[in-house]
Design a protein around this ligand. Structure first.
Ligand SMILES: NC(=O)c1ccc[n+]([C@@H]2O[C@H](COP(=O)([O-])OP(=O)(O)OC[C@H]3O[C@@H](n4cnc5c(N)ncnc54)[C@H](O)[C@@H]3O)[C@@H](O)[C@H]2O)c1
Length: 242
């Protein structure tokens, strides 16, 4: 167990917000990096919020410096921000949007993680990224988002190998369908067959954000000899062998 001050990107909503709550319950300090403020009138003690685009390298540099000035050295990172793909066939993919998705998910993960690691001065740290079940195997309509999430998984392994000697562990979780505002928006748009998703999932349901947060905290705080791994938290989705 090493983090005491963790930056949670995307911590204002969905899985990230569940991670913030779980970290607080473990007595950890947290700074949220997000484009929007968290819901609720006041931030609980031990939680800071900095409005920042995680894929803007200069803004991230300032944000990490501010987080450390406010709550001390950052020794934990959870990369939980992200935007959606367009859910269109590859032939119709909008390359500009695909570039943006890659920038936000992949280069955002790199920008935040390395800015924190640059400032560690020998302290141990732990990083968890959020990939996706769409990072495994071939999917329809995932030429933008699914490809970016596979790259997040790959980046996680690369960083784990480069930074192990610095005392920095880097792991990923790969959630299956999780009921968050991001997924609710897709359901509301009518482009998700929820019954088909439930039928395809061995456990027969969507995940709750708290169930993903539990796995993230395991990797972040408890799994002290695990690095470079990607833990599927998907109700058995990627275990199906048909
Ligand atoms: N919900 C799922 O089913 C699911 C499944 C697999 C992976 N994921 C991944 O989990 C992560 C969290 O997703 P969620 O479902 O909780 O979504 P969400 O929309 O509820 O939360 C995402 C948060 O990220 C923030 N954000 C977006 N772009 C940002 C940027 N450039 N800089 C800083 N903050 C930014 C948003 O403001 C929002 O608060 C994402 O990376 C998503 O791809 C989600």
């Amino acid at each position: 167990m090493s983090p005491t001050h963790t930056v949670v990107t995307g911590g204002a909503s969905g899985i990230g917000a569940a991670v913030v709550e779980a970290l607080l319950a473990r007595g950890e300090q947290v700074t949220i990096f997000d484009l929007q403020p968290p819901l609720g009138e006041t931030l609980p003690a031990g939680v800071g919020f900095i409005k920042v685009d995680a894929s803007d390298e200069d803004a991230v540099r300032d944000a990490v410096a501010q987080a450390e000035a406010e709550q001390g050295t950052v020794t934990g990172v959870v990369i939980c921000h992200g935007n959606r793909g367009l859910f269109v066939p590859a032939m119709e993919a909008d390359l500009q949007h695909a570039r943006k998705v890659f920038d936000i998910h992949v280069l955002g993960a790199l920008a935040v993680s390395r800015e924190v690691v640059r400032r560690l001065e020998g302290r141990p740290a732990s990083i968890v990224t959020v990939s996706s079940a769409t990072a495994f195997g071939g999917w329809e309509k995932q030429a933008d988002y699914g490809v970016a999430k596979a790259a997040v998984r790959q980046l996680t392994q690369n960083l784990a190998v480069e930074w192990a000697s610095l005392g920095v562990r880097v792991n990923a979780v790969a959630p299956g369908n999780t009921l968050t505002p991001m997924v609710q928006a897709v359901i509301d748009s009518g482009s998700y067959d929820t019954a088909a998703v439930e039928k395809r999932t061995p456990m027969g349901r969507f995940a709750q954000p708290e169930e993903i947060a539990t796995a993230i905290l395991f990797l972040l705080l408890d799994a002290t000899f695990v690095t470079g791994q990607c833990l599927a938290v998907d109700g058995g989705w990627t275990a199906v062998g048909e």
